[in-house]
Design a protein around this ligand. Sequence first.
Ligand code: PLV
Length: 323
Amino acid sequence: MASPGVYHVNTPLLESIDMSRRAGTAVYLKMENSQPSGSFKIRGIGHLCQKLAGPGSKGVVCSSGGNAGMATAYVARKLNIPAIIIVPSSSPELVVQKLRDQGATVRVVGKVWDDANTEAMRLTQTDGLTYVPPFDNPLLWQGHASVIREIWACLPVKPGAVVVSVGGGGLLCGVVEGMREVGWGSVPILAMETEGAHCFNAAVKTGRIVTLPDITSEAKCLGAKTVCQRAFDYSQEENCPIISELVSDKQALEAVETFLDEERVLVELACGASLAAVYSGLIQKLQDEGRLPRPLGPLVVIVCGGSSVNMSQMQHLKKILHT
Ligand code: PLV
């Protein structure tokens, strides 16, 4: 159970023997999939709602690929206030159903998250609802930073690197802030995206923020067309070692399958992008290129989780991605 007024739980940090063997260093998994709303999002959104949406609030509105919506709906239910969640048509039906089960009103607007967000902003202006952004707000980053404080409290040594998935960059910002807080600011962060949902990588490569023309990845929860300014700013700081890497949807899906097989936990494609850093041999490749040290200290993977997955969704993805 979470403490009163706090919505997230302290999740397990598990050492994985199979992943350690593959990575050539100890791999620790921070199991954010076991948060009440199914992902890390509850950390930042719980914190933001506590500050901005008290019990007297008219309600909250959140634009989401799914998981930010799940966290918002969960917190609103606990606060006893209404929640409207706007998702794009690319979010699978199973997410819409889960959001309704949490008591939220769900509206499907537009093709990708950016479209849904325009509608959420409109409702904030017209209906006086509190806007819950999925990734771009300092209160979210402060909340997400708690994931690093928890890891710091139970990991005996400084990690060699930390692996995170990047959508709009909110988790990345929280991780950077948390790492600085605990004195791990020099530890490399491996920022993972899928090809076709690679707004952070595109910005890093181009040297400025760019807006992707479309989201072509199936990892819809990584599907923001533009990364948030702060995440890009961190990538430009000399003392902030962020390595931006991409995997294909196929690699992310294979990672989800291997993780299910070996660790007995089902996560969505957005999380598979991080897991693929280990399963696709990327860690060794970065070591070969001199971008990560060899030997490498313990590798911490934030298992960000996600609710957009079940066995039939897996079968659907296997079919369209030909795995
Ligand atoms: N998902 C957001 C943004 O979608 C959402 O609305 O749920 N891993 C999982 C399982 C996620 O759901 C997300 C974000 C991320 C990673 C990436 O986090 P971010 O957006 O803070 O970089 C469009």
